[in-house]
Design a protein around this ligand. Sequence first.
Ligand SMILES: [Zn+2]
Length: 124
Amino acid sequence: MSRQRQRDTRPEIIVRRALTAIGLHYRLNNRDLPGSPDIANRSRKWVVFVHGCYWHRHDGCPRATTPKRNRSFWLEKFQNNQERDRRVCEELEALGYRVATIWECQTRVLDKLERGLLKALSPP
Ligand SMILES: [Zn+2]
């Protein structure tokens, strides 16, 4: 289910607004990059993923619950998601991209989100 990442979800719109607010430009729809990141800047070489805490298993987050029924099925599914995220991240980094992962629950405090994005995406 998580493979068909939803577009224009509320957390994603918040992240896009935050990027604009801190003066970072991005392009949407980057299907030719690993993981098809929804938000990327090719010339500055960064991408942003906005991950749902549940499907992508935000470590230690109360939203990353596990259903009690069919537990092993879900655990395997979640593990596949995590492995895929890791692989995509490695592929992008191998291409010279910086990768920022923003979790859904991190989009609630705007100034913190903006600071985090600046820190993650500013050139070293
Ligand atoms: Zn979370």
